[in-house]
Design a protein around this ligand. Sequence first.
Ligand SMILES: Cc1cc2nc3c(=O)[nH]c(=O)nc-3n(C[C@H](O)[C@H](O)[C@H](O)COP(=O)(O)O)c2cc1C
Length: 425
Amino acid sequence: MAGKGFTVKKNWDNPIEHAMPEGVRVPAEMRIGPVLVAPATVLAPMAGVTDTVFRRFIRHASVFSTSEAVNPPNSILSEVSGARPGLPGTNQEIAAVEADVTNTQSGCGLLMTEFTSADGLSRMRESKRRRYLTFYDDEHPIGAQLFGSNAETLAEAARIVQDTGFDTVDLNLGCPAKRVVGCNGGSGLLRDLPKIGEIFRTVRKAVTIPFTVKFRLGWNDAQIICTELARMAESEGLNAVALHARTREQGYSGQARWEWIAAVKAAVQIPVIGNGDVRTPEDAAAMVAKTRCDGVMIGRAAAANPWIFRQIAQYTATGAYDQPSFTDRHHMIRAYFEMLLAEAEATRALPRDARIGETSGKMKQFATWFTHGVPGGARLRKAIYTARTGAAVLDEVNAFFAGQPLAQDEVIAPVAFPESELVCD
Ligand SMILES: Cc1cc2nc3c(=O)[nH]c(=O)nc-3n(C[C@H](O)[C@H](O)[C@H](O)COP(=O)(O)O)c2cc1C
């Protein structure tokens, strides 16, 4: 789904190191309509990344419970890798783990799908729809994101999303990809507020689940419309807004301008979710301190440090948070890869367009993000790139971690999201 042809800045530009603000925390919960989002953190939609496997990985990697001291048993991460309902290997223990992972214990309060074309969805074969809209019970609450420019088509797609059982439906008004903007979708619509109003009204009438919108500041600095857009969303009955605080023209360059999140928050009563450049728990709390936003949405940092949601939840609950140890990192990467392989196996018999595909490609991509900053990570990345199958990638990962001279508990510093294909928003 990721659109080609838009060159974006692929890393954070001179990221600001925020100190943990005194006495301010990411809220323990927020409500989007009747949907409880607890903690008030959201996994940002990311095309090519936030499929069902990544989302479940984030939810489970993020498990945090105050009743269980600070560390979830590492076994959770390996057990959950086989925890897809109905998969061979599922056992009582895994089922118990799943049942235990309630929304309030997970560090990530709301998961979002990758963006999906409303046009495509209403025309797609059932099998292909399944690929884009597959989710499992343990992903609730979960929102599906749509893009498009035709109000009726978006309304039809929103109905499909509702009938599929999603908790919320989201409209993408941020994608800068030329392919999307060229059809007036994504951020292309930011130049046409009346059209956005028509879409809001039509989709709102079509569904009863909470309806949200994710948008950028505007097309460019001369046309910043985020506060008008948020007010319109509120008056048309949308239940929350999420702002990636950059213009379309900015792509990913420069800093996200959090002052606009504060302006949007001051303009509306519905929940405002801040997005852009949150890389650490300190950043998340600083965003809340500076903007008073109701929730924080995290994209790139989730791939580089899947524990970020857990760290934020832990900080909110206790005032301190853990860094993943080397062993935790091994468990995480292994869990994610095992989940990818299990999903590929489980969907092997489905038509090609319904499979959650590109397993070894995804493993390579994730390993690249995840092992930046890990001592010897370059060696692992090189070995992984020559591996031909998903199983071979996993073998390389296991061999790398097993052969590390580091002490089990040695803490690895948080990593930055490295250069890679960032094509959409
Ligand atoms: C690989 C990638 C794919 C993305 N795909 C989407 C998308 O499908 N829908 C969307 O609204 N934003 C998308 N985005 C933008 C993110 O949701 C988020 O707004 C942006 O990355 C800024 O947040 P961050 O600084 O926490 O990464 C994507 C970003 C990346 C890096």
